[in-house]
Design a protein around this ligand. Sequence first.
Ligand code: FMN
Length: 228
Amino acid sequence: MITVETIRERHSVREYDGEPLAQVEFDALGAVVEECARESGLDIQLVGDNPEVFNMIARFSLIRGCRTHVAFVVDDAKASADEAIGYWGQKIVLAAQDMGLNTCWCALCSRKKSRAVVAPGKKVRLVIAVGHGKTHGFSRKTKSAEALSAVECANTPAWFAVAMEAAQLAPTAMNNQNFKITLLRDGKTVRIEAPQSGLNMIDKGIVRRNFEIAANEAGADWCWEREL
Ligand SMILES: Cc1cc2nc3c(=O)[nH]c(=O)nc-3n(C[C@H](O)[C@H](O)[C@H](O)COP(=O)(O)O)c2cc1C
């Protein structure tokens, strides 16, 4: 079960053992990927035995020893799927963590070397590396909850602090943490904002997923502000 503890344990891992996932792991993660694809309507594929996707110029790779990835296939011009990619991708990341696997969101990869099924006119937006890490990764710096949030009601409920911790722990591209979360005056409604540019909307979806898991686990009476 995905909990705040899962969120606390997850770190990006860039060095893997070079082995494929065991068949049982591949099948279990494949089932999660299929479920997320069905629920979201996104084209998400689990791809095995494809280390080339992490090879950059002259075989340089930021991610080493990883053979498996999750690919997000989108219409060429569709950055509009970004927030959903973040939201559903983070569910897959946390499910993988729960299975004892390690992950890293990876925008800097050789998308065209992915063996995902990509129809003409479509492309791989980004991938998530999945495997057995040489380590489980490391804690990293985060902006403070104060810098990332605002509270408009008189008293900050306890659940908001826990949910903000989960938001702080969310992976974001280059650890940018370019988002702002506001608890509105009623003490229940939560606004999340991020710039539309670059990978920020993917990050926003990831943060949304982490925040939601923690707020719900804390039994909070809360909801997202409706976005236009
Ligand atoms: C959308 C996105 C793209 C990313 N792309 C890369 C990448 O290309 N290479 C890489 O090494 N890390 C990449 N990362 C991982 C981030 O650098 C990492 O999440 C961040 O530094 C925070 O560290 P943590 O995940 O260990 O908490 C990406 C993360 C996100 C969310």
